[in-house]
Design a binder for this molecule. Structure first.
Ligand SMILES: [Zn+2]
Length: 375
């Protein structure tokens, strides 16, 4: 008897999940469509829809245009039933985003503040996260978790930063945040979080190289639809690939790392003006010196892309702060450089540009909790 009861309960749960998943994937659907597509009885579907509606997971609002008979009611999931908070910690600022169940950033904020490994700093960040949640009128139970992306390599157990030279955050611990917040929390390397967002946006991708063109360069390797971590958690640290033995000094102590040629900081240093002024000056005012600097930048990036494409034969995704500044001609120019002499030419379609700019790591980090709820 008992076993029988359990089986029925399990079956009911599976059916409910199936219905929810179907609505989630369709975005908008009708009862009749669910009955047909899932091969379920009308009464089973009705029961599940009632249960899902009562739990607040779905809503029934409005009607589809009539195709003859009675108008069908529009069924969709409640996309903010759970909200994941993503935080991107940088040297001089942090980003906070709220991400709904469709992975959309529905609220964003930038706070200027210098990082320091102090209680004062962590208190300010966590207070601002709480304020952000209140301001956007999210209820505590709506928050699925707070995912914090930071520069630096994270320990395999996710509890601390193990290499954090840029921000000097090698002592940063997950507990610095989680002790002050009433939600599940996690810590993630910002480049890997960025790769998670690109994976979300490109369901067709199996393997790829991700460049995070932020103030400091970052990168990640995607294989088999997951971000490669590595034994020491530093897979994809393409910023420290040496492209010139005699090049400029990198913060890691070596010379000529890609960081010193392709980070936003290096571009800014070469131009002598902030990025925000550099691009309009170059593109609209045709500043020839800036054009030359940008060409050099693209050549170095193309050189790295060409080499990495020999290791991972897949698309390259350009993401992060500088990504929104890229135009079609830049990709053409890089392709010319990559394919000038090569055994394996790369097609233009294999160079993709991310859409979320500086918010990429924060949004990508939040997706961890979205994925967990959806699956
Ligand atoms: Zn380096």
């Amino acid at each position: 008897m008992r076993e029988q009861g359990l089986t029925t309960i399990t079956l009911k749960k599976i059916n409910k999940e199936k219905v929810y998943q179907y609505i989630y994937e369709q975005k908008q659907t009708s009862k009749q469509q669910i009955v047909q597509e899932l091969n379920m009885g009308l009464s089973t579907v009705s029961q599940n829809l009632n249960a899902l509606e009562q739990e607040g997971l779905i809503s029934r609002d409005g009607y589809f245009e009539s195709t003859g008979g009675r108008k069908a009611q529009i069924i969709q999931i409640v996309s903010d039933f759970k909200i994941a908070i993503g935080v991107g910690i940088l040297k001089n600022m942090f980003h906070i985003v709220a991400v709904n169940l469709y992975g959309e950033a529905v609220a964003k904020e930038i706070v200027s503040m210098d990082y320091s490994d102090t209680d004062e700093y962590y208190t300010k960040v966590t207070d601002d996260i709480e304020k952000f949640i209140k301001k956007n009128q999210y209820k505590d139970e709506q928050i699925s978790g707070v995912s914090i992306a930071t520069q630096g390599i994270i320990s395999p157990d996710g509890e601390s930063v193990t290499y954090g030279k840029i921000m000097d955050n090698s002592d940063m611990r997950l507990s610095d945040f989680s002790d002050k917040l009433p939600y599940p929390c996690r810590l993630e390397h910002d480049s890997k979080a960025a790769a998670d967002l690109e994976l979300w946006n490109h369901p067709e991708i199996d393997s790829a190289v991700v460049f995070l063109l932020n103030r400091n360069l970052g990168g990640a390797i995607i294989t088999n639809r997951s971000v490669h971590q590595g034994t020491g958690m530093h897979s994809g640290s393409l910023e420290h690939m040496c492209i010139n033995h005699d090049g400029p000094m990198c913060y890691c102590g070596n010379r000529g790392c890609l960081e010193t040629y392709c980070s936003a900081n290096s571009l800014e240093a070469a131009a002598g003006v902030p990025i925000k002024e550099f691009f309009p000056e170059m593109r609209e005012k045709n500043n020839n010196i800036f054009k030359q600097i940008w060409e050099d930048y693209l050549k170095h990036l193309a050189y790295a892309i060409k080499n990495l494409n020999m290791v991972i034969d897949g698309p390259v995704i350009i993401s992060g702060y500088l990504a929104p500044y890229f135009i079609d001609e830049d990709i053409d120019f890089m392709c010319e450089n990559i394919n000038a002499v090569t055994p394996f030419p790369m097609s233009k379609e294999n160079i993709m540009v991310g859409l979320h700019g500086q918010f990429t790591p924060a949004i990508g980090a939040a997706l961890y909790y979205v994925n967990r709820f959806i699956s």
